[in-house]
Write a protein that binds this ligand. Sequence first.
Ligand SMILES: [Zn+2]
Length: 129
Amino acid sequence: MSRKIEMQIDHRVEILVAAAKEEALKSDLRSAKMSAMIVDKKLKTIFAKTHNRRIMGENGKFSIHAEENMLAKYFKSVKDRYIFIFRTMADGSIGVSRPCRKCYKLIEESGIFGAMYFNKDGQFVVEEF
Ligand SMILES: [Zn+2]
């Protein structure tokens, strides 16, 4: 069972949002530009940043989610850290960045301390596993 809390957006979160937005804008997906970052519990250090991207497969195009990309690369360095998941919309606003079911499972099983994302009501959520 996870513990979910809504968190106020403070100065530390604003800095993370700015970094996450910059990373998400590197995505080649048009409408779902997302990023994932591994951050420490104090929200002061960013250890790694990834974004989602489009892949050409045998059955056409599909995308690798930012979280999948992150956990594939930095699987060993997630303990006692958070994954900060972010989505930027075409108009520059913050989108819903709750992980999909597949990524949620990956995150939960990775041994990471918690996940941070924006829910459909625009609230900043911290979920600890
Ligand atoms: Zn996903």
